[in-house]
Design a binder for this molecule. Structure first.
Ligand code: ZN
Length: 330
């Protein structure tokens, strides 16, 4: 894998390539951002580029160094990941010892610490010692989802690079390029919130199943009839859903709501996000006014926005559902 194989995040890519061209790669870096968008891949490509025998600002993938790093048997590039969900102090002690040894085969010694946000305080303190005085030939790349879990003293010693989720449009495009049907690609891209890895691993049946459930939920929202009961059951059964899954449910509700608005406005049906639900949506058209649908969409989108801002999931979900409960009796 070279830089061109990492999709999205061209801003980060450019920064790293420029640093490579100028021989100015920082000794300590923190790459952070949501899951499944290529942070670890980026760190490994950088490690390869720094040791590549042919290229200065990329991995050639054919030289002995690139090949050995790909095979995981290049002694100067080490990946460290949590053991039983925790990065332990012993792992950091070993890192510190090795970091002061000159590279054995390569030009630079590189440590990629995956899930660095799972580092306990004592391990972090141990790492801090080396970040304070890093040997010139050693580089430490921390990869994390949640930058708030990284000690500020560590963060302040790293060049921090933020990865953004790949846009829905980009994911859709990538899936089409990989041979997915356009409608399927669009629907999947809705569900994965920028997580390309997840997009590529989703089973279509599973997707359809989730959509069918979301459609039922949407129906009960707009039908008002037995919303309270349905929502109560739904909310209870879904309470254990993690943030990610809530985002999916809300994204699907949002897409059904948007499509309902499009149909009400008699827009071009090619614009629908759920073309396969066109008939069903039309059947329910009379249930809600345009204003009602727009209001509903605003509530859903606000909840999605709140999740994106890392607001408390339970709070958001309960306020979302209580809104619809009130609505029923209004
Ligand atoms: Zn190479």
């Amino acid at each position: 894998m070279a830089f061109k194989d990492i999709l999205g995040n061209s801003r980060v890519k450019n920064i790293l390539r420029k640093a490579l061209q100028r021989n100015k790669v920082p000794n300590s870096m923190l790459l952070y951002g949501p899951e499944g968008i290529g942070k670890r891949d980026m760190a490994l490509v950088l490690a390869k580029a720094m040791n590549c025998e042919r290229k200065k600002d990329d991995a050639c993938e054919v030289c002995a160094s690139c090949k050995a790093i790909n095979a995981g048997n290049f002694p100067d590039v080490l990946e460290i990941s949590p053991e039983k969900e925790v990065i332990k102090i012993d792992q950091m002690r070993i890192l510190r010892k090795i970091a002061y040894l000159k590279p054995m085969m390569g030009k630079k010694r590189i440590f990629v610490v995956v899930d660095a946000d799972k580092m306990k305080e004592e391990a972090a303190n141990s790492l801090l010692k080396i970040l304070e005085e890093p040997p010139l030939f050693s580089y430490i790349i921390l990869v994390a989802r949640n930058p708030f879990m990284i000690m500020p003293t560590i963060k302040s010693r790293c060049q921090v690079l933020n990865f953004s989720p790949i846009s829905k449009e980009e994911i859709g495009k990538i899936l089409v390029e990989k041979g997915y049907e356009e409608n399927k690609a669009r629907i999947i891209s809705l569900l994965v919130r920028g997580n390309l890895k997840q997009a590529l691993s989703l089973e279509w049946e599973e997707v359809q199943d989730k959509r069918a459930k979301a459609w039922q939920l949407f129906l009960s929202l707009i039908r008002k009839g037995k919303v309270a009961l349905f929502l109560k059951n739904y909310a209870t059964s879904q309470r254990t859903l993690v943030r990610n899954e809530w985002e999916q449910v809300l994204e699907m509700l949002s897409s059904f709501c948007r499509d309902s608005i499009l149909i009400k406005e008699k827009s071009d049906s090619r614009l629908l996000m759920n073309p396969d639900y066109e008939k069903e949506i039309k059947k329910e058209e009379a249930l809600l006014s345009l204003e009602g649908l727009i209001d509903c969409l605003a509530k859903i989108d606000y909840a999605i926005y709140g999740l994106g801002k890392n607001l408390n999931v339970n709070l958001l979900v309960s306020s979302f559902f209580s809104y619809f409960k009130e609505w029923e009796y209004a």
